[in-house]
Design a protein. Sequence first.
Length: 202
Amino acid sequence: RRAAILISGRGSNMVSLIEAARAEDFPAEIALVLSNRPDAAGLERAKEAGIATCVIDHKAHPTREDFEQAMDAALASHAIDFICLAGFMRVLTDWFVERWAGRTVNIHPSLLPLFRGTQTHRRALEEGVLVHGCTVHFVVPELDAGPIIAQAVVPVVPGDTQESLAARVIVQEHKLYPKALRLICDGTARLENGRVVFSRGW
Ligand code: GRF
């Protein structure tokens, strides 16, 4: 199996996926890192790790469809089977999502369905929740609403700030995302009729 990681920024989840995929028994190879931003810090980190990179600058494309056609062509030319969104900050059209249905996953820094969208740590603190965390889910057209593959929970502790909470969550993101990618690439977790079906425990 060949996976692509789509990024827009620093790419710390990308690094954790690249490192995990080096294990001999990992069911996928990270075959491409694609960024929509030429200045994404993660691009350098991917190159250092010896992974093929590609920039599809959304600003260089007149429409969202045009941008996504270019991404789709790049993914096809690298014979990609699975897409991992990892801090990829573009909303995908229904066309792209449907084309890659069941083969695209995202990591989101909250316990979905709570706190879809941005600013999740700030909103968690505002709501006074005592547990928070991260979610890996299949991507569906509605933002951050896809079927859940895996979650990790962290406590919210007195005195937490957005930064301290984010730091606690990202540690779990880096563990969770490789586990979830393993599950989908080896066929343990599949999207069937809009639900995640697990063929065995993990
Ligand atoms: C992570 O918190 C991820 O959950 C969210 O965007 C952030 C990306 O961070 N989707 P990084 O680029 O992986 O370091």
